[in-house]
Design a protein around this ligand. Structure first.
Ligand code: SAJ
Length: 418
């Protein structure tokens, strides 16, 4: 049963924590948001944003204005704690749980019997149990039923991975089905009840370890399938076959659904999450490892293609069209397009005209590179000898095809196929 009297503390106000905190506040919960960065806290308390996500500005503003969302540097007492902090990896792809551990220790003094602690961060198998163990070490008084002064309730721990697509976060936070896995059956039930109070999708109950692996599996599945498409693109290149035509034809089979090749796999999830599995099960995760290698190799392959073509010119001009990690967003994280553009300039393959209609200024990693200019699509297409299409932004799809004649076109996304 929804109980909007419950107070919620959300730790980590980034791409997941902030939309979640704002949504809960607009649903009627009193939400205390926590972030370690003073600038982030101040910005949110003014009702403004430090990240871009469609329509999030409106939600944050109304949450803050209603008085139900407040940001701070430190946690406070609450009934439900949601951890939405980063889980990057260290050298050798070892998952780095230090942010989760720090967040757990920060909330520990504020916990009381009957509280629910939810880990939403993408995590390796066993992380939610670690959170429980860290709390047990910090607050042994809370961990045994009956030792809390009589309520008989322990603290509940569950994993509920976020599965929202950047660019569609607000919609998917409500509409997606959610997997909820507790460290024990009571935890699962308590956490599932909470998610039912604001999620329209199905709530799927399991244990914490299965929930952890489910999230990793979803992204590894996509990575493996994109790797299959990328491998096909290399095979097709060898045989001079159009890979997009091939895939379209094969996908007519009722049980075949091949994804699209591209310049590589970017973003902070799909190129990262499979490593959480591979690192912990290196003997078994062979297909996943191969997929990671195929996808990570694709940008290098694209660069070699450009070099082959550039060799024909005395001083080639190369237009790199798109820098974002996927279509119609401004997100440059782990972007293969950005990597390719940077390396073409670094290796001085030619003059590089970098284009990204979703970004106003030249990204930092490209600033000061010799022979690189950040410019408009029109100018780059007009001036360049080689057009390297890297992102399938709608703006590029609509380019007048006559402008492409007499240019060398390397279309890594297949959007200009006749
Ligand atoms: N890509 C291809 N070919 C395709 C599809 C994608 O090359 O056919 C590339 C994209 O260009 C991009 C990368 O893959 O570089 C990832 O893009 P994406 O749209 O597949 O996924 P993300 O990273 O934006 O979001 C994913 C989503 N996971 C799945 O679809 C299984 C999202 O639901 C997750 O919440 C998110 O990861 C996450 O946070 O884990």
């Amino acid at each position: 049963m929804a109980n909007f009297e419950q107070r919620i503390c959300v730790v980590g106000l980034g791409y997941i924590g902030l939309p979640t905190a704002s949504l809960l506040a607009t649903k009627g919960y009193a939400v205390h948001g926590v972030d370690v960065t003073p600038h982030v806290v101040d910005t949110i308390n003014r009702g403004e944003l430090h990240i871009y996500e469609p329509d999030l500005d409106i939600l944050v503003k109304s949450a803050v204005q209603s008085g139900r969302l407040k940001a701070a540097l430190e946690p406070s007492e609450a009934d439900i704690f949601i951890l939405a902090v980063p889980t990057p990896f260290k050298d050798g792809y070892e998952p780095d749980l230090s942010y989760v551990e720090t967040a757990t220790n920060a909330i520990a003094p504020h916990l009381k019997a009957g509280d629910l602690v939810i880990l939403e961060s993408t995590s390796p198998v066993g992380a939610t149990e670690k959170v429980r163990d860290w709390v047990a070490a910090a607050r042994p008084d809370l961990m045994t039923k009956g030792q809390d002064g009589g309520s008989g309730k322990p603290v509940y721990f569950a994993h509920c991975p976020e599965r929202v697509l950047p660019g569609k976060v607000l919609q998917e936070l409500v509409s997606n089905d959610r997997i909820v896995g507790g460290v024990d059956a009571d935890s699962t039930a308590v956490a599932a009840d909470f998610y039912r109070s604001f999620v329209a999708g199905k709530i799927l109950e399991t244990n914490s370890r299965t929930a952890e692996l489910a999230k990793l599996t979803e992204n590894a599945f996509r990575d493996v399938n994109i790797a299959f498409a990328n491998e096909l693109s290399l095979i097709c290149d060898r045989f001079n076959i159009n890979v997009w035509e091939l895939i379209e034809l094969a996908n007519h089979h009722p049980r075949v659904n091949i994804l699209q090749p591209g310049p590589g796999v970017g973003g902070h999830c799909i190129a990262v999450d499979p490593w959480f599995i591979i690192h912990s099960a290196p003997q078994e995760a062979r297909v996943m490892r191969a997929a990671r290698e195929v996808n990570d190799n694709k940008p290098h392959w694209v660069i070699e293609k450009v070099k082959e073509k550039a060799d024909r010119f005395k001083s080639p001009k190369i237009a790199c069209l798109g820098l974002a990690f996927k279509a119609n967003i401004d997100d440059l994280r782990e972007s293969p397009a950005l990597e390719i553009t940077r390396d073409l300039a670094k290796q001085q393959v030619g003059e590089v005209l970098a284009v990204e209609p979703y970004v106003r200024e030249c990204p930092k990693v490209l600033q000061g590179l010799p022979g690189l200019r950040f410019t408009s699509a029109d100018e780059a297409i007009r001036e360049a000898d080689i057009l390297l299409l890297l992102v399938d932004h709608t703006a590029f799809k609509n380019v007048d095809r006559r402008l492409l004649q007499e240019k060398i076109v390397i279309d890594t996304r297949g959007i200009w196929r006749a």
